[in-house]
Design a protein around this ligand. Sequence first.
Ligand SMILES: C[S@@+](CC[C@H](N)C(=O)[O-])C[C@H]1O[C@@H](n2cnc3c(N)ncnc32)[C@H](O)[C@@H]1O
Length: 535
Amino acid sequence: MGFYSQTSSILSNLLYGKASLKSATIGNSKIKPEHKRRVYAAICETLKYSRVLLQVLDNTKILIGEKKILDIDCLVALHDLFFARGGIQHDKQDLNIKKLLLKNKNILIKEFERYKTLNNVKSKTDMQLEGNDKVFIPRYIRVNTLKASVDNVIERFVAEGYKYLDTVLYNEFEKKLRSKKSFCRDMDIPNVLVFPPSTDFHAHEMYKSGEIIFQDKASCFPAYILNPEPGSTIIDACAAPGNKTSHLASIIDNQGLIYACDLDKVRLNVLIKQTGIAGCTCIEPKCTSFLDFDPNSVEGKSIEYILLDPSCSGSGIVNRSDQLVDSFIDTFPNVKKITYSTCSIHTKENESVVENVLSHQNRFKLANRSIVLSEWNSRGIEYPNQNIDASLTKRELDALVRSSPEEMHTNGFFVACFVDPALIYQNEKDNIVYNEKRPLIDFVKSPIATTESQKVEVLPATNDNASSVETSFLVPAKTNGGEIDETKTLKKQKMDESVFNKKIESNGNSTDNASTKTNKKRKSGKKKVRQPITN
Ligand SMILES: C[S@@+](CC[C@H](N)C(=O)[O-])C[C@H]1O[C@@H](n2cnc3c(N)ncnc32)[C@H](O)[C@@H]1O
């Protein structure tokens, strides 16, 4: 793996708030010991100037039309171009990044000089981020309402000596959650509690019993926005390790049916275990690509809601997300609402995907801001676009939800909500953003790879590492840079496969808990023996 690819992947984790500087560099076993200090120094330096680097890159628009390189991939090399004595490093790796920057070297330097003039920069220090620019991400806990009420959980924490603070807004978290033993209720998402970042509840009884779940606030957005009613039939399309699945189960109060699809058996195994601990009884796990779910089968026709939360950033999905969403939207006849979410901050994986979806089909429209976290201030952003006619309007951008560590104190996140106007209730029809003018463009579908290349390595499925599992999937998995040892991953999956199949077939304890039981919508009272669909 080249130096620039490796450092940019680490940088991306840091900017998303998914790792600390030390653990991502000095404590990172994937970096050769002799390179650790150099990587650490490069990251520190680049982070210091990240604001100006991003701004210059954005202003030059050199990434427009660039399919494989994201802005974050260029930051360390751009830092070297502007600040390092020898400029961009000479070696045989990272050719694409280097080619792009060197081809545009003059434009970049000119824009950098313009930035300095406009911002009255007198020395390098004027361009550095200040100490108070560092991000503050609290420890978020979702109360699992299948097992406990939020009031009861608050009471129990108070009884343990925690100080409950009333009505704290997200922009006051940093100021008010200074004391280790203070906490508050989140004002945006029901049943979410907010603690200081260093809080660790891994050993807490309420965590072990599944009454509280570690889930970043932004990761609660999709299920909350989808808001299915009890009795609904839902696909959680990229479900593992299952935080959003258990959130959906608690929203429908276990009444209904959730097909939880995931390609990765190991991760699906974690989902089965975790949703079992959480007391979910309305989940049917399927070890399959969601694209293999037959929309015209009886099951397919019953689907009303879809939560689509694919892997993003470097996992290879970047140029396919639009097609993935599109293939879902086109096919399921009775789907009325779909959320598309990513833990990415890149417009290519977010706003551009939404634009593509709206440009290639006519059935689904964007749900209006009024039903998509209307009070949330961080919305869709403008993005480099070659096709002005197709670009999202201000109202459409306003219908999208974004979140970032710096501004909103959560991990980086994005959500769009699509609705079928013909299927939603009459009184909800004002909640749609129509854009009649958008020209429809034929969608040329290219084959979608849905197998090994997307699989990511996970930790063993134990209750104790549930939060690490959350971290492991949030950390973008670079497949192109060799950060993941595919052979190891596959071996591990093979080993876990037999355990998984045994569990499914025998309807063992944890499987039982996670399986579909009483479902108001299902007429037959018979218990179905679930079979994983394998590819
Ligand atoms: C971002 S993670 C999902 C996190 C999950 N929604 C949660 O909240 O816990 C993406 C997941 O999508 C799965 N995946 C990727 N492509 C898929 C496909 N075509 N069908 C089903 N699952 C897929 C990956 O194995 C990975 O577990």
